[in-house]
Design a protein around this ligand. Structure first.
Ligand SMILES: [Zn+2]
Length: 324
């Protein structure tokens, strides 16, 4: 006891130089990191493999009309209850890649490389997942909103997935590419959507094919009618053997608001009543069939199950699965 006490005192008396030479056991020596881990999550779906690819997320001051049919204060409370930054909403973006065993199919393309800090991460995360854009065989667009289409083009304007067949929902293409409809748009959000379709999809009339609902648009992948968010808004089912995945696209925007409260109208819905009907129909099916659901605007890795809850529905996120 006395010996060790003396040793400590004598060590302290040695002063600074000796202390600097002593090994710094128990202290963190690594510098802080400045980047996030790559954002991709893969899992097996029967004989297919699915990879959710994070395009990033955006937190922004909640617009007064973010939820058009409830008072702003109530929406602010919902954001606070979901632990979002005060006065703000956080919206993540997550395209889905399906390797059917024969084809690589990408559903939606993210915000694109010019979108700003924290978003437009799709190509980087695709690369991190070991896939090149040239390998993509089919690109399916769920609808023609900018956060789903703008990753189609690189900064230089070229097509990011040069070897892919690109397919859009027929009713959405017809609606958004109509100059008559564009002339009738009377709010800023819709006008911006029309302008964006011209900028990103203009000149691609021959390059982009159109699909119809209730058809198999790629092996094992069926386009499901889910209108309201846009006229041609589409969800997809992916089937392999007895395994099934529902790609819900934007049936809800952020689930913390619109899955919990399916009758709330988000400002981005084209036909809000129709969108609410679609939410009930799709989530009743998902709950009854206990479907695994991937949501474009769900928190990464954007996968969960839907169950009925008092006022609407509840999303039960999956646990991260390390082994495939
Ligand atoms: Zn969206």
């Amino acid at each position: 006891m006395e010996t060790s006490r003396r040793a400590v005192l004598s060590s302290a008396a040695m002063g600074g130089a000796a202390a600097l030479l002593a090994p710094r056991l128990g202290r963190a020596a690594a510098p802080f990191a400045s980047t996030q881990a790559p954002g991709y999550y893969r899992f097996q779906l029967g004989d297919a493999q699915v990879t959710v690819l994070h395009d990033g997320e955006r937190s922004f001051a909640m617009p007064a009309q973010f939820v058009t049919n409830v008072p702003h204060d109530q929406a602010i409370v919902a954001a606070s209850e979901a632990f979002m930054p005060p006065g703000s909403v956080t919206v993540p973006f997550n395209p889905t890649l399906i390797n059917t065993g024969g084809k690589l199919v990408l559903i939606d393309t993210g915000n694109g490389p010019a979108a700003g800090a924290g978003i437009g991460q799709l190509l980087g995360n695709l690369q991190a997942a070991g896939v090149t854009p040239e390998q993509i065989d089919i690109v399916l667009l769920s609808h023609l909103h900018p956060d789903h289409t703008n990753g189609l083009r690189r900064l230089d304007g070229s097509i990011a997935f040069p070897n892919a067949s690109i397919l859009a929902p027929e009713p959405d293409w017809t609606f958004w590419m109509s100059d008559t409809n564009m002339a009738q748009a009377n709010d800023a959000v819709t006008k911006a959507y029309f302008a964006n379709t011209r900028k990103v999809l203009g000149g691609l009339d021959e390059r982009i094919g159109r699909f119809k609902w209730n058809t198999e648009v790629a092996p094992g992948i069926t386009a499901i009618s889910a209108p309201g968010h846009t006229p041609g808004h589409t969800a997809f089912t992916v089937s392999s053997g007895s395994a099934r995945l529902l790609v819900q696209s934007d049936v809800t925007n952020i689930p913390e608001f619109f899955l919990r409260n399916p009758d709330w109208h988000v400002m981005y819905d084209h036909d809000p009543d129709q969108a609410a009907k679609t939410r009930h129909a799709i989530y009743d099916m998902a709950a009854a069939d206990r479907l695994l659901v991937v949501g474009y605007h769900f928190a990464f890795p954007s996968l969960g199950h839907v169950e009925r809850a008092s006022a609407g529905y509840r999303l039960v996120p999956i646990a991260w699965q390390a082994a495939l």
